[in-house]
Design a protein around this ligand. Sequence first.
Ligand code: AP5
Ligand code: MG
Length: 190
Amino acid sequence: MTARRLLLLGAPGAGKGTQAERLVNKLGIPQISTGDMLREAVAVGTEIGVKARDYMERGELVPDEVVIGVAEERLGRDDARAGFILDGFPRTVAQAHALDEMLERMGSGIERCVALVIDEAAVIERLLKRAEIEGRSDDNEETIRNRMRVYQEQTAPLVAYYRENGVLAEVDGMGGIDEVGKRIEEALGA
Ligand code: AP5
Ligand code: MG
């Protein structure tokens, strides 16, 4: 049986969003991207968007209490009951603990954490290319470097956290989208 409560971990530009979309099509479970939800909140100008905007602009993490609320509300919806692909959440040890607690209340837990491994030069190249296409406001070189630093300091420790929990699969994120996708499927037994 393929794991269906999944988490994609990886540096900015590692391919979390791209690979989550691929898995949505393959497994028929929703992608839950806190980055996408926060960008939407900023665009609409909700209270959460107002709180998040400046952090996102600088490439800093939005405070845990804001993001945890967003994730909890989304995971509580009906379509997440049969499984989900978390993309960009959790990003701190405190968020990982909060996630474990919320899933435990629902009687479940993370079954597999796929950590995408990629080198920094490749990430910067990918994100600068995306900047030309999509114009995401945090895809400029200075902010990308800050997002990388924040990832190393605050999010990278989660690799060890999920390894200790026995659910980690490290996957090489270099190469083409389908190539990486196939490695992920293998790691999931999909
Ligand atoms: P978020 O939206 O999560 O951004 P990110 O982590 O910086 O990651 P990206 O979306 O840039 O990269 P990705 O890994 O999804 O790669 P993608 O598939 O797009 O977060 C943005 C901000 O929101 C944060 O900085 C923070 O402020 C806030 N935030 C969000 N969640 C938070 C949380 N939990 N706590 C606190 N704050 C939070 O690929 C990148 C590009 O590369 C694309 O153009 C893609 O087409 C291309 N590409 C992908 N794979 C390949 C490949 N194999 N070969 C070539 N190109 C590829
Ligand atoms: Mg993304």
